[in-house]
Design a binder for this molecule. Structure first.
Ligand SMILES: CC(C)(COP(=O)(O)OP(=O)(O)OC[C@H]1O[C@@H](n2cnc3c(N)ncnc32)[C@H](O)[C@@H]1OP(=O)(O)O)[C@@H](O)C(=O)NCCC(=O)NCCS
Length: 235
């Protein structure tokens, strides 16, 4: 499996792979490879964070910062928050995405009350130059392969504002079904319509998408997802 650029390998994780085994997790699907974001990636990823990636509009903006500075600051804090608050019942896995040896974006997989609900949510972004060639589908497929085929998820949900054709396109391409419409307050106070999607494990398996996904380094991570280390499937 192709690995991502090795920046920061020597200083991360500071306490060794045994104590934070998620650092050794590796996913791949077709031409993309994914691994958990490291501290050393933050500046590089923040520098390519696209302006059209919608961050949670409920997050506070610091009035002394520009929009761009707030976006990068929120990206940094999202990384630290995910690590600092990780628990088997509520986790957010931020993965750096590499294509042709370069970091090109981020794919996030979230599980809220995962051991009980067995449902995951996703978010993602790519640099504009890497879009429109199937990488969005490949990186979403990679984390769904982890969720459905290794972690025992029964459903995945996703949502996107009605005009986000690329995000809607990824969900439709993978086989998610429409699951109602919601409303969202966007920055500036306007209300946007949100299209919700849901994909079941049965639909995922019937489509056979998981055959394209490789996962390495999962067994020691399983307790991080509330699963015994011995429960690993094909990972
Ligand atoms: C969402 C995103 C990650 C998708 O990645 P991508 O590489 O551009 O998408 P893909 O090339 O895999 O295309 C997925 C599907 O959407 C379609 N699609 C992509 N861009 C499209 C566009 N601008 N208009 C219409 N359809 C589009 C593709 O044709 C494809 O469908 P198909 O396979 O049936 O032809 C990327 O566009 C992005 O970073 N957008 C900005 C951030 C964002 O909105 N993130 C999602 C919300 S969290």
């Amino acid at each position: 499996m192709n690995d991502l650029p090795l920046t920061g390998l020597n200083d991360w994780p500071p306490t060794g792979l045994n104590d934070w085994p998620l650092a050794g997790l590796r996913l791949s699907c077709r031409e993309v490879s994914l691994r958990p974001i490291r501290e050393a990636d933050l500046a590089d990823l923040a520098a390519i964070l696209p302006a059209d990636f919608e961050q949670d509009p409920r997050l506070e903006l610091f009035p002394g910062l520009s929009d761009e500075q707030n976006r990068r600051r929120l990206f940094f804090q999202g990384y630290w928050r995910a690590l600092g608050t990780w628990s088997p019942s509520s986790w957010v896995l931020h993965l750096a995405v590499a294509y042709e040896g370069a970091l090109v974006g981020v794919q996030t997989l979230e599980g809220e009350s995962f051991p009980v609900l067995r449902t995951v949510d996703t978010a993602s972004w790519l640099v504009p130059g890497a879009r429109g060639r199937g990488l969005g589908v490949a990186m979403r497929t990679a984390v769904l392969g982890l969720a459905f085929d290794r972690l025992g998820a029964v459903a995945a949900v996703s949502s996107a504002v009605a005009g986000n054709a690329a995000s809607l396109g990824v969900s439709r391409r993978i086989g998610y079904a429409e699951n109602g419409v919601g409303r969202l307050v966007v920055p500036g106070g306007a209300v946007a319509e949100l299209q919700n999607f849901r994909l079941t494990a049965q639909t995922w398996r019937a489509a056979g998408h998981g055959r394209a996904v490789a996962v390495e380094g999962l067994p020691p991570c399983l307790p991080w997802f509330g699963l015994p280390e011995s429960s690993v499937g094909r990972g």
